[in-house]
Ligand binder design. Structure first.
Ligand code: ATP
Ligand code: MG
Length: 659
């Protein structure tokens, strides 16, 4: 049977897409005309005007793309706009003032709803306060807040006065905060007294205070009182209480500052999965256009929706798809302060049910945890409001993908597996849910207008089925403009490897490896370094991990290379299981068998180590480099980005490399 995309539905799953979006979804999809892929190709770069058209421009741009100074591209040159105007004022003007903008779900069960007008009022008051306390256009304001409404409010207040924000994930240490403030010469900080962690008051301000001790510059600080009497705090010199400022500036409004499309909207650090975090600079016009467009085309967000991206605003996913994308489109965005398992493991489904969430977007690490906990938890709730599901952050194996579609999506919802990076600003590879068939485990084709290519060492396109480097041949609006104060590293990190400056031929290198199939679907395999050479064969860790994750009862897996005494490399596999599956001989055997049949005996691990958890970054990614150090009995590399450091010691003890 050949489906409407011209694909043979009987073809084996390993080669072709296998799920078609349901007709009911296609009928209502924001983007449902398959011609869009060709149109964007033919009209590039002007195709991106469709994205720019989703915004309100104070002054029209002259050209869509200026590439004279590549790879320092300029998008929508000389256009002028303000991001906070686009996320707030224009929705008031179009009669949506009392529409819910943010529905906030607090950790202790508190709830707050901000209409667009509420948000407008508070953003204006805080913008007035920041300005009066000395913040000028282009000053970098650091925001060190957990998932409370004051976080997006502070971001939008900065955007309003043209001060780039630098949000530092609240769970990072004082050192990490100090390093980031120092690198950006940031003299303003917005933080809070503390927040609740599993019911306990946790002191955030003392971390901020410690960071400030390390800094040479004087720092003016605003403190949000999140905990009230649960954690009393005192304010020192140049410190102000957020709520007192609001009273002082009650009812004040600030004209949104007119920003050039290329002016910096914010600075954001990468997750630090592969090494030292990089300070990525994003523009105002191109970034906002790209996030609004992808929220519309990929996440299918409509103004009437209740949309929930269950990420943290401390990372790029939250910037693009909790704050800027959804608010630019005027929808209702849900913001959740807590964790998925507190007070119980059905917490997210309770929130979906109660808010009748239409679109839900999360990460593979969360999906694997849901699978591990079992389908009883989502089954307790009515999830029928859901229309579309999304995932981002790591490759997702077919089994958790299917579990997600089945148990959260009711076997109906399309699932978009969106590949992108802090540096790409917004989604760049994904199926369009109203058009493209889905292939579990594969992100899908590049988005219209994105020239993703899988290439070999020499930069030539590889054949279907071959592994290569994931590169992007043409620029795109949401792309990073540079690394903060470090143009050289920007070029060295992303452009040098596959570009030919003499020919003015520029190609972006993502640092990931991938494979493309006959249908042009891209499967992202992981980082360039995630390759193990066993007896001369280069094996991608992801491939072996997919084969392990395919076994019933496995929740997640990570494999690394270990140098044996004889100098050969062997594979170590770390596995955590679903509830009800013991780490016994049967599952170990099933893992070995499946690897042999999926890849071959060459990929057979020398050891399968069961562990209740894998070491993860604070943004939820598996840290293979640490597991590799553990397997090799080496000194551990930088562990500051780790969320669960205690697990590393447990694994070391388990395999006897703890000295
Ligand atoms: P650092 O660059 O500091 O090592 P990081 O790369 O983890 O950190 P992010 O920008 O948050 O920081 O993550 C981007 C990376 O996440 C991508 O390069 C890719 O490896 C991975 N990724 C994101 N989405 C997907 C996806 N849908 N499929 C596969 N991998 C993904
Ligand atoms: Mg990266």
């Amino acid at each position: 049977m050949v489906d409407r995309n011209g694909w043979d539905r009987d073809a084996s799953e390993s080669t072709g897409p296998t799920y078609t979006p349901p007709e009911s979804f296609v009928e209502q999809a924001n983007v449902a005309d398959p011609g869009i892929h060709d149109e964007f190709g033919a009209e590039w770069p002007d195709c991106w005007e469709r994205a720019a058209a989703l915004l309100s421009w104070e002054e029209a741009y002259d050209t869509v793309l200026e590439d004279e100074d590549a790879p320092f591209y300029r998008w929508f040159a000389n256009g002028r706009l303000n991001a906070s105007y686009n996320c707030l004022d224009r929705h008031l003007e179009s009669g949506r003032k009392n529409h819910a903008a943010i529905r906030w779900e607090g950790k202790q069960g508190e709830r707050r709803t901000y209409t667009y007008r509420d948000l407008y009022v508070e953003v204006n008051e805080f913008a007035a306060a920041l300005r009066e306390r000395g913040v000028e256009e282009d000053d970098v304001v650091t925001i060190y807040l957990p998932m409370i409404p004051e976080l997006p409010i502070a971001m939008l207040a900065c955007a309003r006065i043209g001060a780039p924000h630098s949000v530092v994930f609240a769970g990072l240490s004082a050192d990490a905060l100090a390093t980031r403030m120092d690198a950006a010469d940031s003299e303003y900080l917005v933080t809070c007294d503390g927040y609740y962690r599993r019911g306990d008051a946790f002191n955030q301000k003392s971390k901020a205070d410690n960071a400030r001790i390390d800094l040479e510059q004087d720092v003016r600080t605003v403190v949000v009182d999140r905990l009230g009497d649960d954690l009393p705090h005192v304010l020192g010199e140049n410190e102000w209480d957020y709520h007192a400022l609001r009273e002082e500036f009650a009812g004040e409004t600030v004209e949104p500052v007119s920003r050039d499309a290329e002016d910096m909207l914010f600075l954001m650090y990468t997750s630090g999965t592969t090494g030292e975090p990089k300070g990525v600079v994003h523009s105002t016009g191109g970034y906002l256009a790209h996030v609004a467009w992808t929220s519309h085309a990929v996440l299918d967000v409509k103004p009437a929706d209740t949309y929930w991206c269950a990420a943290d605003i401390g990372w790029i996913t939250g910037h693009s798809y909790i704050v800027y994308g959804p608010l630019a489109l005027g929808t209702t965005t849900v913001m959740y302060e807590g964790t998925p398992d507190y007070p119980d493991r059905d917490r997210l489904w309770e929130i979906v049910d109660r808010n009748a969430v239409d679109v839900f977007y999360t990460a593979p690490t969360a999906i694997r945890a849901f699978m591990k906990w079992g389908s009883d938890y989502p089954a307790r709730h009515d999830l029928s409001s859901l229309r579309l599901l999304g995932t981002v952050g790591e490759p997702i194996s077919p089994r958790p993908w299917k579990w997600y579609r089945e148990h959260i999506g009711g076997g109906e919802c399309p699932v978009v597996d969106t590949w992108w990076q802090t540096e790409t600003g917004a989604v760049t590879i994904s199926t369009l849910p109203g058009i493209d068939d889905m292939k579990p485990g594969s992100a899908g084709p590049p988005l219209p207008g994105i020239d993703a290519r899988i290439v070999d060492e020499a930069g030539e396109d590889v054949d279907a089925g071959e592994t290569g480097y994931l590169t992007i041949g043409r620029p795109w609006p949401g792309m990073a403009r540079t690394l903060y104060d470090n143009d050289e590293r920007f070029v060295a990190e992303y452009w040098q490897r596959f570009s030919d400056p003499a020919e003015d031929d520029w190609r972006y290198f993502s640092g990931d490896t991938a494979r493309i199939d006959d249908h042009g679907y891209i499967t992202v395999l992981g980082r360039v370094d995630d390759v193990i050479t066993v007896s001369g064969h280069r094996l991608g860790t992801m491939e072996v991990e997919h084969a392990i994750a395919d076994v019933d009862g496995v929740a997640e897996a990570a494999v690394v290379g270990r140098s044996s005494e004889t100098g050969d490399t062997e594979i170590y596999a770390y596995v955590s299981t679903e509830r009800g599956y013991e780490s016994d001989a049967a599952i170990r055997q099933a893992i070995l068998d499946n690897i042999e049949s999926a890849i071959g005996p060459i990929a057979r691990p020398a050891a399968v180590i069961f562990t209740p958890e894998l070491p993860k970054t604070r943004s939820g990614k598996i840290m293979r480099r640490l597991l590799e150090d553990v397997a090799n009995g080496e000194e551990l590399g930088d562990t500051s980005a780790l969320r669960n450091p205690e697990i590393v010691g447990e694994i070391q003890a388990e395999i006897g490399t703890d000295g």
